[in-house]
Design a protein around this ligand. Sequence first.
Ligand code: HEM
Ligand code: PLO
Length: 488
Amino acid sequence: HGFLTDDRSPPSLPSLPIIGSLLSLRSESPPHIFFQKLKKRYGDIYSLMMGSHKVIIINNHRHAKEVLLKKGKIFAGRPRTVTTDLLTRDGKDIAFADYSATWRFHRKIVHGALCLFGEGTTSIEKIICREARYMCEVLAGVQSSAIDLAPELTRAVTNVVCALCFNSSYKREDPEFEAMLQYSQGIVDTVAKDSLVDIFPWLQMFPNEELRLLKQCVSIRDKLLQKKYEEHKADYSDNVQRDLLDALLRAKRNAENNNVSTNDVGLTEDHLLMTVGDIFGAGVETTTTVLKWSIAYLIHHPQVQEKIQEELDSKIGVDRHPKLSDRGKLPYLEATIREVLRIRPVSPLLIPHVALSDSSIGEYTVQKGTRVIINLWSLHHDEKEWKNPELFDPGRFLDEEGNGVCSPSVSYLPFGAGLRVCLGEALAKMELFLFLSWILQRFTLEMPIGQPLPDLQGKFGVVLQPQRYKVNARLRFFSPLRSFCLKT
Ligand code: HEM
Ligand code: PLO
């Protein structure tokens, strides 16, 4: 094996001094597809140099699970990059924070707050349904014109996380709301996409248009977070916990009352702001992206849409709206959501992991500090695990009778796994189910005449987003009364 650098290191791409393997990485394809292609030449697991960092790329589920689950604690680190440091004030959030007591603590608080919401008085189901209803009303108002649903989907999803984080919601015309949509897209477009600045931190010394845009967007976001924080501090009470920010404030007060230095436990104002910022950003961008992918695939596969609607008509009908408790009754919709998360994973390379100590993956040794990238795209498109992986087929997630969902392969990890597993999985699944069932119960989504089909390739970045496209949302009921007087 000519590629081995020493006996027990993974095969490595040819490396050049200083530039590392960057030159051989110049490729037409986005990184997740390029890394999948390199499998043929270097095998399922190989390494390369990005700047001065050694990076191991993993392309199969066996090694992925070894890293995430079996050796989860060893590989729970995160790298620091110029862009994520800018976004998170040097890793004072959850997603981009290195493994530490502070990270563990913040994860626990957020997890607790998210769980509470499931049972709380204003349950998350009510909030999602309120937004779904409003969105459907807006869609009904633009009958028979081709529209880009993305802004409306983003508004609905944003209001759900707004309720969760800040116990508030926005009206459609609110300029703050529109500003938020803008800065968030700016951040998604520029953060952590392994642009040069992250490989060569010294490049940030030079004028860089992307970095300038990122700084500008982050500063707008920070002002907004600061404002919410001040408002909450002003009318905080120990007796009620309205939202995630209250939960974080309470933890901070508790520490202060017990004379614990908030600096030691990482409960500084910066930490609180960055943690809320994380949940807010993750809450908006991920769910919206999946909704956009789902609709793009339904436009490409009208027979799938029809089947979901048949299921909705027979199990729910038109006299009431879908509820969370209907999830078990709608296996075809559930299977469709799973298939969308397989074929276009939100986060095709997860977030990079870092080895916290010397260890091994499979038969290979790994040194402390090595970055590990799990190529989820390879796992979800592995021909040994999935028949025709590029084919969109919700049926693969249905059991033989078609009455329930199943897991046809172990090579499926849309939310990651282990210590760093997604914190919002349950929330995201509730939202996807409710928003899609509400929309499809009332509307048929169609290709406007003369418009091209949505592009299914995706723009790679911190999330894999579809290109913009327009659809017609045609009301399925002739009587407008009937569609909106569904019982609640
Ligand atoms: C992390 C997927 C929605 C919050 C992640 C990771 C993935 C993921 C793959 C990285 C795991 C790793 O690096 O090993 C998804 C998908 C979603 C979704 C597919 C939607 C369908 C959400 C939502 C929230 C959220 C709605 C917020 C409420 C987070 C956080 C992390 C994370 C905070 C970082 C965890 C850590 O590093 O400790 N998610 N996510 N996600 N997700 Fe999600
Ligand atoms: C999205 C843009 C926001 O303005 C900031 C933000 C915070 C958390 C990030 C999120 C962005 C993108 C999706 C991420 C999330 C943390 C976990 C999630 C990376 C950059 C995923 C899918 O891993």
